[in-house]
Design a protein around this ligand. Structure first.
Ligand SMILES: Cc1ncc(COP(=O)(O)O)c(C=O)c1O
Length: 391
């Protein structure tokens, strides 16, 4: 499969067929597996050979198909599927860190990621230094000889700040630190994170991988040695594994991910360009627009602007008025969905943060995050223009 292009691998990689030769992947909805003898059970607990399984918290054939397909897409040696994106972020970090370690993290993070870095890791004796992820000098100053890991969202939620993976990886690798990259906004379609220097890539599969708003899921990708030796023991004993049924949905989601994400990105570009012409908006941010401060980096790193557009209505009242006036675009808080979704981060996903921290992260009272779906782009432009004209 590695010789084929991404779109082909997204349809076929990782497939395991049962004795029935099914076309669509089977859902192995089982927590356990039967052994031929007591001796065989003992042997499997000593060493799992090939395509053997013990217990669904450790692994399952449907989950393994999803892991192998995504690892193939990402160009990673191995993957471990998790119950949610946050189980993946937490597992990726906690599995490799111990008390006394030092971590450098970008400050601009999704609220729950920030909670892990700001609240949970320090509670267990891990020191975390925060930097402006856009500023390579800040990374340089913060990374120390004893830094064990760096963490960032390659495109931040919600302010769409782009982190230079290759530049940060060079600094981190110089001191032997692991690079952990939350790549949700880049999506597996536009990601080349491992080639660019990431050691561990994390996705919330709840977003573009499912892509149709059905289930939570996550995944941690990396080398065979790291996933099997560090991540798997932590995940299988702490219980954050993905259900086989959700893995099956994610697996089917991967078959269409390239078509969906490319169509959504094309619409996002069209919408960002249209919103830029709206005189009533204070700001429009989209990495695919030449006006985005890191447009060149985004194009070099991902080759596209992605599926999320952010704009500032100027005030909380104006933002609420726009959200309430939208007809097609729904108010919710997922992203990467077939349905276009508008979110007001200041009052929802990032509500917990003090006002000063919101301001430092660019989460202004008027900011709206728009996840562009699969509807007709012109209908979306008209829906947004109508809602904005109401102001
Ligand atoms: C960048 C990023 N990382 C992680 C997550 C968490 O994913 P999940 O909701 O699947 O736990 C999200 C969810 O919004 C996210 O945007």
């Amino acid at each position: 499969m590695t010789d084929y292009r991404k779109r082909t691998r997204a349809v076929h990689a990782g497939t395991r067929r049962s004795q029935y030769g099914e076309v669509s992947e089977a859902i192995f909805m089982t927590q356990g597996f039967v052994y031929d003898s007591a001796k065989a059970a003992e042997q499997r607990f000593v060493k799992i050979e090939g395509d053997e399984f013990i217990y669904a918290r450790y692994g399952n054939p449907t989950v393994a198909m999803f892991e192998d397909r995504l690892a193939s897409l990402e160009g990673a040696e191995a993957a471990f599927a998790c119950a949610s994106g946050m189980a993946a972020v937490n597992g990726a970090l906690t599995s490799m860190l111990k008390a006394g370690d030092h971590v450098v993290s970008s400050r601009a993070l999704f609220g729950s990621c920030l909670y892990i870095l700001e609240e949970i890791l320090p509670r267990y004796g891990v020191e975390v230094s925060f930097v402006d992820g856009k500023n390579i000098d800040e990374w340089k100053a913060a990374i120390r000889p004893d830094t064990a890991a760096v963490f960032f969202e390659s495109v931040s939620n919600p302010a769409l700040e782009v982190v230079d993976i290759a530049a940060v990886a060079e600094l981190a690798h110089a001191v032997g630190a692991k690079v952990v990259c939350d790549n949700v906004f880049a999506t597996p379609v536009y990601s080349d994170a491992i080639a660019q220097g990431a050691d561990v890539v994390v996705y919330s599969a709840t977003k573009h991988i499912d892509g149709q708003g059905r289930a939570l899921g996550g995944v941690i990708l990396g080398t065979e040695e790291h996933i099997r030796g560090v991540v798997e023991p932590y995940m299988k004993h702490t219980g954050g594994s993905l259900s086989p049924f959700s893995a099956w949905m994610m697996l089917k989601g991967l078959e269409t991910i390239e078509l969906r994400v490319k169509a959504q990105t094309q619409s996002a570009q069209r919408i960002a360009e249209a919103l830029s012409q709206e005189g009533k908006l204070a700001k429009v941010l989209y990495p695919g627009l030449p006006a985005h401060p890191q447009h060149d980096l985004a194009m070099r790193q991902m080759g596209a602007g992605g599926t999320v557009v952010v704009f500032d209505a100027g005030s909380r009242e104006a933002a609420f008025a726009i959200l309430n006036a939208l007809d097609i675009v729904i108010i919710s808080n997922n992203l990467g969905d077939a349905k276009s979704i508008a979110t007001h981060p200041a009052s929802t996903t990032h509500q917990r943060l003090p006002e000063a921290q919101k301001a430092a992260l660019g989460i202004t009272p008027g900011l709206i995050r728009l996840s562009v779906g699969l509807e007709d782009a012109e209908d979306l432009v008209e829906d947004l223009s109508r809602a904005i004209a109401n102001l």
